[in-house]
Design a protein. Structure first.
Length: 206
C-alpha cells in the first residue's frame, strides 16, 4: 500500500484537491514543498510516495513492457486517490494534478488515459509515457481543461518532440494546452513556470 502524505486542508474542509506526484529519486515531501510557491490555499494536498522513490524503473520512453508491472501499479495508485476524492463528493473539475519529471509524466499519462474536465494538469518537465504514443490508450474529453507543460528544449530526460506530440494529442482531446519551453539546459522548475501556473491555472483566471 502506497504511503500518502497529506497537507493543506482536510478533504472534508477543502473545496479543491491537488494530487502532487514526485520525480524519480525524490519523495512526497519534496513535491509538497511546492506549496510554498504555488497558490494552493484552500486545497487538500495529497502526495503519494513511490516505492523505492521511483514510479517505474526505466525511461518513460522505454518499451512499455520494461516498466511493467510498476507503471500499471503507479497509474492504479493515482486512480485510487482520484476515487477517494470523488467518494468525498469532489467533482473532477475540483481535482488538479501537479508533477515534476517522472511525476509530470505520470500526471499527464493518468489524466489523458482518463480525460475529463479537471481543475488543471501541471507538468513541470514531462510527456506522455510509452516507447511510442498510442492514441488508442487514451479516452475521454478534457472539455477545456487547462494543461501546462514547461521544460528545457534540450532536457536530458524529456525530448522536446515528445512534449510537442503530447500537447498535440491532449489538444485533440479537448484540452487547452500551454507549453513554455526554455533555452537553458536545466532539469528544474523555473520561476516563470510558477508565475504562469499561479496566474492562469491556480488563480481561476483564464
Amino acid at each position: 500500500m502506497t504511503e500518502i502524505s497529506r497537507e493543506g486542508l482536510s478533504l472534508q474542509e477543502a473545496n479543491k484537491v491537488a494530487i502532487l506526484i514526485h520525480g524519480r529519486g525524490a519523495n512526497a515531501n519534496s513535491i509538497l514543498s511546492l506549496k510554498d510557491y504555488l497558490h494552493l490555499e484552500g486545497f487538500a494536498l495529497l502526495a503519494p510516495n513511490a516505492q523505492n522513490n521511483t514510479w517505474y524503473p526505466y525511461s518513460f520512453m522505454a518499451p512499455d513492457a520494461q516498466n511493467e508491472p510498476a507503471f500499471s501499479q503507479a497509474i492504479q495508485q493515482i486512480q485510487s486517490l482520484v476515487k477517494e476524492c470523488l467518494d468525498q463528493g469532489f467533482k473532477t473539475e475540483d481535482i488538479y494534478f501537479i508533477g515534476f519529471s517522472q511525476g509530470a509524466c505520470l500526471a499527464l499519462e493518468y489524466a489523458t488515459q482518463n480525460a475529463a474536465k479537471y481543475g488543471g494538469v501541471i507538468a513541470f518537465t514531462g510527456g506522455l509515457i510509452g516507447e511510442k504514443i498510442l492514441k488508442e490508450k487514451y479516452k475521454g474529453d478534457f472539455a477545456g481543461t487547462n494543461v501546462f507543460i514547461g521544460s528545457s528544449k534540450q532536457d536530458m530526460h524529456v525530448p522536446l518532440s515528445r512534449i510537442q506530440e503530447s500537447a498535440k494529442l491532449m489538444k485533440e482531446m479537448g484540452a487547452q494546452v500551454k507549453t513554455l519551453i526554455f533555452e537553458d539546459p536545466q532539469h528544474t522548475i523555473r520561476e516563470e513556470e510558477i508565475e504562469w501556473v499561479n496566474k492562469y491555472i491556480l488563480s481561476g483566471e483564464v
